[in-house]
Write a protein that binds this ligand. Sequence first.
Ligand code: MN
Length: 410
Amino acid sequence: MSAVSPLAVPPDSLFGVRNLPYGVFSTADDPRRRLGVAYGDHVLDAGRAAEATGAPTDLAAVLSAPGLGPLLAAGRPAWTRVRAALTEWLTAERYRAAVEPCLVPRSRTVPHLPFDVADYVDFYASEHHASNVGRIFRPGAEPLTPNWKHLPIGYHGRAGTVVVSGTPVVRPSGQRKAPADPAPDFGPSRRLDIEAEVGFVVGTPSPLGARVALADADAHVFGVCLVNDWSARDLQAWEYVPLGPFLGKSFATSVSPWVVPMDALAHARTDPPARGAEPLPYLDDRAAEPPYGLDLALEVRLNGHLVSRPPFSTMYWTYAQMLAHMTVNGASLRTGDLYASGTVSGPAPDTRGSLIELTWNGEEPLTLPDGTTRSFLEDGDEVTISATAPSLDGTRISLGEVTGRIEPAR
Ligand code: MN
């Protein structure tokens, strides 16, 4: 027996009892995929804990699954019961002997994609990001397109290439054509970029033909993860007119291994910034209580060096507005749908969530501590996005991190 119990986690820990994010893990000696809950420096084997504590059959069934899917599909009343049960197992003295053997050191776990991604949508909800991109690509013109403040712009992405944090990202190849080039050529992207984003995971589905109102968002959205929407800017620039992002984005999208439930983010709720246009009624959240803005503090590191601190609280469109817009035409939701916010960029230069903004399209390269400079990513570069959120009494919880290393083109 170790001297300190793995259950001795201070309540103000980044992965303490106020967080309890869900993921899927295996270990070297047991390759089965199991549902886990991060707690301190450990992962609770949730299915094993349900068995050891004699949990009700329905809770034991969702926690013993090899992925988050059954819990996502079980709906908000079940999410609340499971969270209450986990809290009790991890904190009540009477469960200590049963639960202690169910904790695995986090360093010994291998993370897997926490849920099967059904449909993947990516938005463009940061006014600062959209304005920066507009200034870079349309200098002298109005930075925002005429529709931008009337609807959350988005596109349908490729669910099958969403990968868990730590998965290597192979530099994509494709058609490249700079404006001055007479014709496109083919080869590895020379302008590989990141987009620091927050993703929302849908649990409860909705029927075809029905809309999800703003006030119903929390009945459908289970939780949040971090997203890196890797982007090949040269491929994207040549292909995107008139139908939007395609191969410049679809080669890989990385997500963090831990899905933080919305229930853990009650203290992160904040009013979104003032908007510059009158919203149509289905997007009008000015009376929303609690508000749908989220005060998440992101950090972006390139080869370990902090390059940006994007503030999610500055996002113009909220997760509830994105969901309301995504379903206003009657499109249905499926369990496992993932929709991401779009690049999170704040007003200050060191709060921008992509390299194209941080280096202003390569005109102002970043200098790293080793003396090298970057306009875009080089082979071998590693990017890590992490985040924390406010919790009770001034403490914070962690959303973990999403990381990926660039491998040479094949
Ligand atoms: Mn994006």
